[in-house]
Design a protein around this ligand. Structure first.
Ligand SMILES: [Fe+2]
Length: 224
């Protein structure tokens, strides 16, 4: 193809980073410590809210095009979105129950280990889902669409997001990208976003990414 507009690549990198961090933190969680369980629960709550919006954007703007090219081609993906919502809700419910177990209960560490396995099963399933979208759906869309049609989908996805969601999604993406990709994303954002939202994005991203990496990105952006 002459053009390449990655509809999925940036945000999926951000999601992989987020889920990888959750797995690492869950692995070292002492389930007798309420604050550590609260951290996991909060992260899963945030991921569930993020995933609802993310799946909705795909279903509203990407899947109509996919279904036109491959009749019924979006059905299994949308069923998986529902399944992933249910898995996330089940894990949050489980953590809520775990918080109510006395810290000295003898089976609490075993229940914590089983939660850890459930989280990893979810992540395994989710990684396969986004891999299918990026390695198959994206190619189908690009092969049977003009650059204008793909750009139109991309613009609709940008326009449909509330400002705070767009800022948070771009922050997730920036934290997971290499420096040239981050420079490209920030350059695009500066051209398209209102100045106040761009300033909000860079302030938040700097804090989220950390000073060392942010300085590298800024230096590359300055040289751009
Ligand atoms: Fe999806």
């Amino acid at each position: 193809m002459e053009f390449n507009i990655p509809l999925y690549a940036g945000i999926h990198k951000g999601q992989r980073r987020w889920l990888a961090e959750m797995i690492v933190r869950a692995g070292r969680t002492d389930f007798t410590q309420r604050a550590e369980v609260e951290w996991l629960m909060n992260q899963l709550d945030l991921f569930l809210a993020h995933h609802r919006e993310h799946a909705e954007l795909e279903q509203r703007f990407v899947h109509p095009r996919l279904s036109l090219i491959v009749p019924g081609g979006a059905r299994a993906i949308e069923e998986e979105h529902e399944e992933h919502h249910e898995m996330l809700k089940d894990m949050i419910h489980s953590l809520d129950r775990i918080k109510g177990i006395p810290p000295d209960h003898p089976t609490l560490p075993l229940i914590g280990q089983d939660f850890y396995l459930a989280l990893n099963r979810f992540v395994a399933s989710y990684l396969m889902h986004i891999d299918y979208e990026e390695s198959y759906v994206q190619n189908v869309l690009l092969n049977d669409s003009t650059a204008e049609e793909i750009m139109d989908i991309f613009q609709q996805i940008l326009a449909a997001q509330p400002a705070t969601s767009l800022r948070d999604n771009l922050t997730l993406m920036l934290a997971a990208m290499n420096v040239p990709e981050a420079v490209g994303l920030l350059t695009m954002a500066k051209g398209k976003l209102p100045q106040a939202l761009y300033d909000d994005l860079t302030a938040r991203a700097a804090q989220f990414i950390g000073p060392q990496r942010w300085t590298e990105i800024q230096a590359a952006l300055g040289n751009h």
